[in-house]
Design a protein. Sequence first.
Length: 288
Amino acid sequence: MGINRRGFMKLLGVTGVTLAIGRDAVATTGKTNEVEFYGILYDAARCKGCRGCEYDCEEAHGLPEPLPTNKIPAIRQTDETCNTVVNRYKTSKGEVFIKRQCMHCNEPACVAACLTKAMHKTKMGPVTWDGDKCMGCRYCMVSCPFDSPKFEYHSPNPKIQKCDMCFERLKTGEMPACAFNCPNEALLYGKRRDLIREARRRMYEKPGLYTDHIYGEHDAGGTGWLYISPVPFEELGLKTTLQQSSYPALTKGFLYSVPSVFVLVPALLLGIHQATKNNGSRDENSDE
């Protein structure tokens, strides 16, 4: 579809405005602590690696069916075709499973980095993505300390793909698909403060079973997904060197350090390409 001169100038104007929007987003992220978020507690001591949560997630979001367990590697990352994976680790206490997906940070770096507010921290807690607002800059991918957002590089209409904690289900009173059918109750959905209280109860009642750390309570400023485990989290591939405060302050520095030209160039190239294409079409028509 072609773009006329008015559309091209509008595109440039919107691109410039997004820089200001990005700065405003950074400045307002501190307000999230005023809201009580919902989240999910994952208990690695209870998970048996059935991968039912993977299948439920793919079905709920219309994604490709996961490969059979005998055809997948033990350690995987989420990608544009799957929002969550369950990995198997050989640890100091034997085989332990761990589920990976977007962590839904209390103060998400991806939201602070997003120039158009396509990434959004909802009042309930999930971090969602709006394709109608996305300009494709992928700053969310660069800024995320958990490497959660994934880009559909091979799609003609690419999207940012990640777990949204089944936000559409939550709005109708349902719980996230992965937590709904967990046969071993390794996944528990609820208010974040209640989940932390439950995690501490389990750790107190079985001190020999769990390591003394609720992953996500303070890591990266706090996350919607919380973990308890029978082994230290570094044995399960989780990052344990993250700062305890949130990351938007680092993202703010990143945004201010990026020259505007790097944001404007894609729009300029798009306009030049479309103008050249339109001129070429007119030249061909004039030859007829």
